[in-house]
Design a protein around this ligand. Structure first.
Ligand SMILES: Cc1cc2nc3c(=O)[nH]c(=O)nc-3n(C[C@H](O)[C@H](O)[C@H](O)COP(=O)(O)OP(=O)(O)OC[C@H]3O[C@@H](n4cnc5c(N)ncnc54)[C@H](O)[C@@H]3O)c2cc1C
Length: 264
């Protein structure tokens, strides 16, 4: 991943028309770059900061099979997410690990609800399951979560999901995309679009390290800029109405004594 060398090569090909240009090097953009390059399409990805510097290095780091979508009844999405979770564990075992969760229950209805729901989660994961869910007694729940509030506790449910290193996965995907002949660059900010009438025909970008300006022509330009997606849309249509309402999460880091034991 020698940046200077690759920029030199890029400058020699300044008239090239790329099959696909991707704006944004987070999980989405890098995934698209890998997919595109592995189909034999000439692929250029431009990231304004470092790879996965945005949301993609600040997640809760769970590779979940979409357990919360189960409660919403979105079975197809859960099935797909469970399949992807299993494939990720097989493809990147150095970055994905099995995490055991215990859900404490304070009503018998909740215990039944979670036991049945998580059994369904197991069934949907099929051969790519990370481990079987099961209901556990009050005694076992307390032994696994010694600091739990015991008043009214009825028992618990154990289930499995994945945990991963989000930014390292992004870097590995960037490396694999390069192996597949994609050109991926960090510290390249897209600051305008090339247009032929209504059609977007490329991008204008600046190398933030050297300050040098570039234009790149492409048959398809993909906006993978996450919460910044509207800024790119405004480059295309100045009267574009905002489509994203960002949400924010907070991660609290607690001392291990708050919750001793191995389970989440
Ligand atoms: C608090 C929180 C917790 C989460 N936890 C999980 C979890 O546990 N598991 C999970 O799977 N998902 C989780 N998610 C969701 C997941 O993190 C996001 O879906 C994912 O990271 C989005 O990736 P992205 O590539 O679409 O966006 P981003 O990671 O934001 O990438 C967009 C990139 O575009 C770049 N960019 C923007 N404008 C330009 C420009 N003009 N030129 C060049 N580049 C530009 C940005 O610098 C950025 O790097 C969580 C999300 C949040 C907010």
């Amino acid at each position: 991943m020698n940046r200077a060398e690759r920029i030199h090569k890029l400058e020699k090909n300044f008239n090239k028309v790329w099959d696909v240009i991707i704006i944004g090097g987070g999980a989405t953009g890098l995934g698209v770059a890998l997919d595109s390059a592995s189909r034999g399409l000439s692929t250029l990805l431009l990231e304004q900061s470092d790879f996965s510097k945005g949301t993609s290095s600040r997640s809760t780091k769970l590779v979940h099979g979409g357990v919360r979508y189960l409660a919403q009844g979105n079975i197809d999405l859960v099935r797909e997410a469970l399949r992807e979770r299993g494939l990720l564990e097989k493809n990147a075992p150095h970055l994905v690990q099995n995490e055991v969760f215990v859900i404490p229950n304070y009503t018998r209805f909740n215990k039944l609800f979670y036991t049945v729901g998580l059994k369904m989660y197991d069934v949907l994961s099929g051969k790519l399951s990370l481990g079987k869910s099961k209901g556990i007694s009050k005694k076992e729940t307390i032994s696994r979560i010694p600091t739990i509030n015991q008043k009214g506790l009825k028992g618990g449910v154990v289930y499995h999901d994945g945990q991963f290193d989000d930014s390292r996965l992004a870097i590995n995907i960037a490396q694999t995309a390069i192996e597949q002949s994609a050109d991926v660059f960090n510290y390249f900010e897209v600051n305008g679009l090339l247009k032929n009438g209504e059609e977007v025909t490329g991008v204008k970008a600046v190398d933030k390290e050297s300050g040098k300006e570039y234009t790149f022509k492409g048959k398809a330009v993909i906006n993978a800029t996450g919460v910044f997606v509207d800024e790119i849309m405004e480059m295309d249509q100045p009267d574009h109405k905002k489509t994203i309402r960002p949400s924010q999460g907070v991660h609290l880091v607690l001392d291990k004594e708050f919750m001793p034991g191995k389970d989440a």
